[in-house]
Design a binder for this molecule. Structure first.
Ligand SMILES: [Fe+2]
Ligand SMILES: [Fe+2]
Length: 338
């Protein structure tokens, strides 16, 4: 379990004080600043939200028996709702929206011949420390890969079946298809080990900047609310549809840097597996969901586009840091970074 991160402002400080047992959740409302003045995509709010969501996954070290109560603490949940609203508003303001799922998917399939994201950068002339940072930061999701999307399973109709069966087929692969050594989170941890990174769950939370936190938070937000099941499915589809070309570039980056073959395993797996998953997601998951619940089309588009814009913001941030020769990690003097 990860240790509690450091606060990055008054909102995250208030939440982390409750998690650390220094304050009661009932006092949260009074301890918070006016959220109107807090950047909904900034470090403070994103870390506070991340900490709230983590209570539903693996939780944090040192919370012990309090973790069970905190997960369903009404004051903490009320605060989480107050943080989710401006986050969602900010994301909605960034996306085009609409309810044409087919058009939104088609837009994702257009790969630029000369892109500028981190996988392009790393495949081109990225340096080893940049690959380490990328893998360290992405571990926030990949060490719980497919978990945020698993929340949506009971929200899909099992009798109509088509969407649910295809989602489960993909999730089954993500979780190793019955082979623990093939669980994607584990293959990711092995890659981290090969790079000399810390494979402890949540080890890089403290150094993860807001754009990283936002990409994971949006998955948790959509996954944890039944109301957002369409968006969760859209978000899931986005990952499966867009991952192969980026994964292929990361394989060549790792090869170019002369790292052992086992380090390429995770991304190589995603070139192959996600090509199959893309078909399943388009033909059965999206089509099956919309056949059963056509009114969710706009939410599916929101899920596809929300993750796209947040991934784009992260890509810009990483490449901007690296191009300036700067680290993309949040500076935390007392704890070691990647
Ligand atoms: Fe995967
Ligand atoms: Fe996949």
């Amino acid at each position: 379990m990860p240790v509690l991160p450091r606060a990055r402002g008054p909102v995250s400080a208030a939440v982390l004080d409750v998690l650390a047992g220094h304050a009661a959740a009932g006092d949260l409302a009074g301890a918070l600043p006016d959220l109107a003045g807090v950047d909904p995509l900034g470090d403070d709010l994103q870390l506070a939200l991340y900490a709230c969501y983590e209570l539903h996954y693996r939780s944090f070290d040192g919370l012990d028996e309090r973790a069970d109560d905190l997960e369903w603490d009404p004051d903490l949940l009320a605060l989480r709702a107050r943080l989710e609203a401006p986050f969602l508003d900010a994301v909605r303001a960034l996306v085009d929206g609409g309810d044409d799922v087919e058009a939104a998917v088609e837009a994702l399939l257009v790969e630029p011949t000369e892109g500028s994201g981190p996988s392009w950068h790393l495949a081109g002339d990225g340096e080893r420390w940049q690959l380490d940072e990328y893998v360290a930061l992405r571990s926030l999701y990949h060490l719980k890969e497919a978990d945020p999307q698993a929340w949506v399973i009971p929200r899909l109709d099992g009798v109509a079946g088509r969407a649910k069966a295809s989602l489960m087929t993909v999730e089954h692969d993500e979780y190793g298809a019955g082979r623990p050594e093939r669980v994607h989170a584990r293959i990711y941890a092995e890659m981290m080990e090969g790079l000399g990174l810390d494979t402890t769950y949540g080890a890089y939370l403290d150094v993860a900047p807001a754009p990283v936190l936002a990409t994971v938070n949006i998955m948790s937000l959509f996954g944890l609310h039944r109301r957002w099941r369409g968006a969760s499915v859209g978000q899931f589809a986005l990952i499966e549809i867009t991952s192969p070309p980026g994964a292929a570039r990361l394989v060549s980056a790792i090869e170019r840097l002369g790292l052992p073959e086992r380090v390429t395993e995770f991304y190589a797996e995603h070139v192959e597996a996600d090509a199959v998953h893309e078909q399943l997601v388009r033909k059965d998951l999206l089509a099956g969901l919309l056949e059963r619940e056509p009114e969710l089309a706009a939410d599916v588009v929101l899920g596809l586009q929300a993750s796209t814009v947040l991934e784009d913001r992260l890509a810009d941030y990483l490449v901007r840091c690296w191009s300036a020769g700067a680290s993309s990690l949040v500076a935390v003097p007392e704890r070691s970074a990647a």
